[in-house]
Design a protein around this ligand. Structure first.
Ligand code: VG1
Ligand code: CO
Length: 543
């Protein structure tokens, strides 16, 4: 079989520093576009001849077409074996699990995560390394550089493979194994959690609802929560992956998971509600009438992880992204373990996990995970919550309120200004960078700035530095404002404003979140000129 060398031209549009490529589907459908990126990944790597590559995606529109192209290119480039999920499906955490378990060289994950799908929606692809985690910046920079100079890609002219059934096939010299996307992942979960105890809890009448948002976690949730743990059928809603996610944003926050929120605030609310995103790495946790903020969830999981068998020796440390609230810091202090503050994005946790410095990691954007894989993991977070509930036999509300009483409550919210003009976003950022050093000591009403900077991260493991990771303004007493631009949007720019107000007094733990945070939002506008520069009077999404 003859390897074909197809001429191509460099592609525009990958943002340097991002772990993959996220674009409109139409862009990926352009001649040679996907091939160009995939070949750039392979060209940036070496030593993979004869090695294993893992491939799978979240089932969104174009997943099937992209996978067939990748299989042929992987064969043409000399991989020895490719593991591909049945029907082309693998959740992001399951892909990470498979890469690690089968000692693969790396993996290609097809997803645009929580972004909408369908012919007019988004598509994406990213490369993960042998530890199962997103490629670090040195690798993504090399890939980016290659996309600018590439002139050809390699493929084989063979028919598409049938991926609907488990089994083996050959493309040229390369062995293609169609694997069960759930089996390895379920086996790992059974090692970490006390499935018998969770089964007992569910058997005692505890009711749960999991919203798979018509995305990749549906088959996992049916298999794990219903078939293995005995939850009533119907506990999993929107459990069939659809190429367009039923027209919704598969983003598990109270705004986009409106169906679940309605159930959980309704008259006959179940005991526990959860949701995950397009590729299965995010999680939303809800009790009856109570949305648990992801920042609180990280803190609560850290304080209780030892109740699950996989973490019975306790956690070595906790890592959180910089904008994530400092609720987890209070727990780390109490446990006497390290707390690491990293830039936004899961790739920054990889070194800390590999070095054994952190066991649990989390982000305010509904990502929580641990050392079991190198991605955040939605179903894992749900299982850890269930394991804790099964041991403590208290309600979600009791556990959250008890946590606040012990560690204080961190009122927290994120305000997103989506689709703002690129020029306005740039102007706002450079204005902030210009004034940030002058803020220290300034007074805004009752608030006095203790410290302000543009966050720079020094990786404690490999010494690498990442500058300009977001403006953080910290006030005396612990309140915080953080502002940064999103790196994952595909239209215009998105400004994210993060607000945090700690409250130690349990007598003040029942206040309205937005009311508590309103003065901080006003200060942010005063400092950054958000309304004036973006022309927006209010955020597009508040979570
Ligand atoms: C967002 C979140 C960030 C997360 C990233 C990828 O990034 O804020 O916390 O790591 O999405 O999540 P940004 O740059 O738009 O703020 V996912 O579920 O797309 O893998
Ligand atoms: Co995701």
């Amino acid at each position: 079989m003859q390897v074909q060398t197809v001429p191509t031209t460099p592609i525009e549009g990958q943002k340097p520093g991002t772990s993959g490529l996220r674009k409109k589907v139409a862009v990926f459908q352009g001649a040679g576009y996907l091939e160009n990126f995939v070949q750039s990944v392979f060209d940036a790597l070496d030593g993979f001849a004869g090695q294993t590559l893992v491939v799978g995606g979240d089932g969104r529109f174009h997943n099937d077409v992209a996978i067939q192209k990748i299989l042929k290119m992987a064969a043409a480039n000399g991989f020895g074996r490719v593991l591909v999920g049945r029907a082309g499906l693998l959740s992001t955490p399951a892909a990470s699990c498979v890469i690690r378990k089968h000692r693969a060289y790396g993996g290609l994950i097809l997803s645009a995560s929580h972004n909408p799908g369908g012919p007019d929606g988004d598509f994406g692809i990213k490369y993960n390394i042998a530890n199962g985690g997103p490629a670090p910046e040195a690798v993504t920079e090399a890939i980016f550089a290659r996309t600018r100079t590439i002139s050809r890609y390699l493929t084989l002219d063979v028919p598409d493979l049938d991926l609907s059934r488990l089994g083996l096939a050959m493309i040229g010299q390369t062995r293609i194994e169609v694997i069960d996307p759930i089996a390895d992942y379920l086996e790992l979960m059974q090692r970490l959690f006390d499935f018998d105890r969770i089964r007992e809890l569910i058997g005692s009448g505890f009711r749960l609802r999991f919203d798979a948002m018509s995305a990749v976690t549906g088959p996992y949730a049916h298999a794990i929560f219903e078939q293995t743990l005995g939850a009533a059928s119907g506990s999993v809603i929107n459990g069939t992956p659809l190429p367009d996610f039923g027209g919704h944003h598969p983003d598990p926050n109270p705004v986009h998971a409106a169906e679940l929120m309605a159930i959980m605030t309704g008259a006959d609310a179940p005991d526990f509600g959860a949701a995950s995103d397009g590729d299965g790495d995010r999680n939303l946790i809800v009790g009856p009438g109570l949305f648990v903020t992801p920042s609180d969830s990280l803190a609560i999981l850290t304080a209780n992880a030892h109740l699950a068998p996989g973490y019975q020796d306790g956690v070595a440390g906790v890592a959180r992204s910089m904008p994530t609230s400092r609720a987890a810091d209070r727990v780390a202090e109490a446990l006497g373990v390290g707390l690491y503050e990293t830039p936004t994005g899961w790739k920054f946790f990889g070194n800390l996990l590999d070095a054994g410095l952190a066991t649990l990691c989390g982000e305010e954007s509904a990502g929580t995970g641990s050392s079991h894989v190198r991605e955040k993991d939605g179903i894992w977070a749900v299982l850890l919550w269930l394991n804790i509930l099964a041991v403590r036999r208290q309600s979600v509300v009791e556990i959250v309120h008890g946590h606040w009483a012990k560690y204080g409550r961190h009122y927290y919210s994120r305000h997103d200004y989506e689709g703002i003009e690129l020029g306005a976003a740039d102007a706002l950022t450079s204005h902030l960078r210009g004034v940030v050093d002058t803020l220290r000591g300034q007074r805004f009403g009752d608030y006095r700035v203790e410290q302000a900077d543009d966050f720079r991260y020094l990786d404690p493991v490999d010494g690498s530095q990442s500058a300009r990771q977001g403006i953080r303004i910290q006030f005396e007493g612990g309140a915080r404002i953080v502002m940064r631009l999103s790196g994952t949007g595909t239209e215009g720019a998105t400004l994210r404003l993060y607000l945090e107000q700690p409250e130690p007094d349990p007598g003040r733990h029942g206040l309205d979140v937005q009311t508590v945070l309103a003065p901080l939002a006003a200060i942010a506008d005063q400092i950054a000129g958000i309304r004036q520069r973006t022309g927006r009077t209010e955020p597009s999404v508040i979570t």
